[in-house]
Design a protein around this ligand. Sequence first.
Ligand code: GDP
Length: 297
Amino acid sequence: MAFESLTDKLQNVFKKLRSKGRLTEEDVKIALKEVKMALLEADVNFRVVKQFTKSVQERAVGQDVMNGLNPGQMVIKIVNEELVNLMGSETTELPIKPGNDLTVLMMAGLQGAGKTTTAAKLAGKIKSKGKRPLLVACDVYRPAAITQLQVNGEKQGVEVFTMGDKQSPVDIAKAAIAHAKANQQNVVIIDTAGRLHIDEDMMQELADIKSNIEVDATILVVDAMTGQDAVNVAQTFTEKVGIDGVILTKMDGDTRGGAALSIKAVTGKPILYVGMGEKLSDLEQFYPERMASRILG
Ligand code: GDP
């Protein structure tokens, strides 16, 4: 992951602020204009940028800052805090039930976003926490997706439940849950079909699964490298299917960071994990504070 450009620009702004003993309102205004430009160039959603600079401005021209001993530092601190707020403040955990109670997770996303890979990565994480996951192949349109899940499941030492490509996703999901219960598996991870673009059939299929089985969390997988497209996809899924959180993949190749900084603010849904590479171990829990520190450099 490299927010280099954004980090460089913010550090330049901060350097200028630090070099001033006292700050005038005009100094703050100019600095925030530069922060705004840097965020826009990082492909952060423009409404998010507007709200962000407004919040920082309001706090930064307050009495405490302007009359403080070190106003430059205070402004930097405020930018940091507001960046953390933007990304959701706290880390959001998956709603995995305790003990042997069954948790059902449904993975959704466009084709190529990294859904199948991420399902297997997540299964590994969940297994390492002492749970017994079951991966379920519900992408009945691409036989290659079923094989891919089987190969990755085997690498993770996690069973993959499949019924080929002749049954409906709802029937497969139902059978998988019965299988999990019979085999003392306690986290069912359903890999659903993706399409190249958002379409009604895909949305309907996800809605059908949700209305026929009890899904504890719907996790949307989006590709960070697609920037604001990823944010738009997340917004559409939030409205049409209902999601509980997002996994942002390919952060290792994302040089700008716009999706990471916009998704929570635009959709209200938290980022749960970030994909940091193609290996099955390359999945990290998302910590807003750490991300803000990385951005600020
Ligand atoms: P799906 O169509 O959404 O199921 O996508 P796949 O799981 O098949 O992934 C599509 C491609 O993205 C594959 O080549 C994956 O190896 C790659 N991929 C998935 N996640 C990441 C990631 O976090 N970083 C990188 N660099 N590649 C990833």
